[in-house]
Design a protein around this ligand. Structure first.
Ligand SMILES: Nc1ncnc2c1ncn2[C@@H]1O[C@H](COP(=O)(O)OP(=O)(O)O)[C@@H](O)[C@H]1O
Ligand SMILES: [Mg+2]
Length: 255
């Protein structure tokens, strides 16, 4: 058994004949920010679904704090301290923003210690952290896209996670909104929450990640420190493309 905080070991996921993941292994350090990148269809969301207990892997295991969690149902994974956002955002549309977050606070890891009033209090704190206090009484269905992404993060944080899985929370945001989202994730990480971030925006990944894992066609093709991984010929070929590599070289030559 592994001593790592979070350890993905030889995970495979087959959908019929399709190998969405094929023998993927890596460890995530406590307190780190792991950037998980790769082309569309490379298996990133599938891996998030396995770590959060939505899918049971065809092969392999996931260990969290020394416990095997690959056979544990989603609600129990959440109780153990792993929460996630969804690539397709789905709040409870008829609840207010505050109520959406309070539901998480009531049913998450520390929910049994909280009554309704304490859950609403916690929700208010989180809305302030993510910048949604101004729309706390609106229906979730009335929020703009960036605010829906913030709500996703607040809902996940309400579960009091040790690990937060973020699946493309910056997709569709403009440059300023991306900067705000990065700031938010840094705040969350500084509070001790380990992050696994799936994102296509390389600038965002580079600026926030302490380590990067690259998937291509269901396999891990690179892992390590951001600068190293993004300079790897294999990663450039499979994902980043030569134009990205050229721009990087020019930027480094200028600085
Ligand atoms: N529930 C599913 N049933 C069948 N195929 C799936 C399912 N989920 C994902 N896939 C397939 O698995 C592969 C990886 O998908 P996904 O993990 O969503 O990739 P990514 O998030 O990296 O874009 C894709 O070919 C996708 O079509
Ligand atoms: Mg995906």
């Amino acid at each position: 058994m592994s001593e790592a905080f979070l350890s993905i070991q030889n995970v495979a996921m087959h959908f019929g004949g399709l190998r969405a993941l094929d023998d993927v292994s890596f460890d995530v350090e406590r307190g780190s920010v792991l950037g998980l990148i790769g082309p569309n269809g490379s298996g990133k969301t599938t891996l998030m679904n396995i770590v959060s207990g939505v899918y049971k892997p065809t092969h392999g295991s996931v260990y969290f704090n020394g416990k095997r969690i690959a056979d544990v149902p989603t609600y129990a994974v959440c109780r153990l301290g792993i929460a996630r956002t969804f690539q397709v955002v789905k709040p409870f549309a008829n609840l207010s923003v505050r109520e959406n977050v309070a539901v998480g606070a009531m049913y998450g890891r520390n929910g049994s210690k909280r009554n309704a009033a304490a859950s609403f209090e916690r929700a208010q704190e989180l809305l302030e952290i993510v910048g949604l206090a101004r729309v706390a009484d609106r229906h979730a269905s009335d929020l703009t896209i960036p605010d829906r992404k913030r709500l996703e993060v607040a809902k996940a944080l309400a579960l009091d996670p040790e690990v937060l899985l973020l699946d493309e929370v910056m997709a569709g945001l403009n440059a300023t909104e991306v900067d705000e989202a990065l700031e938010l994730l840094r705040t969350v990480n500084a509070r001790g929450v380990t992050l696994i971030v799936v994102e296509h925006l390389m600038k965002a990944i580079v600026s926030i990640s302490t380590a990067i894992v690259v998937l291509a066609e269901g396999q891990k093709i690179a892992e390590g420190a951001p600068a190293e991984v993004l300079a790897s010929p294999r990663v450039i070929e499979a994902y980043l493309g030569t134009r990205y590599a050229e721009r990087q070289r020019q930027r480094q030559a200028q600085s």
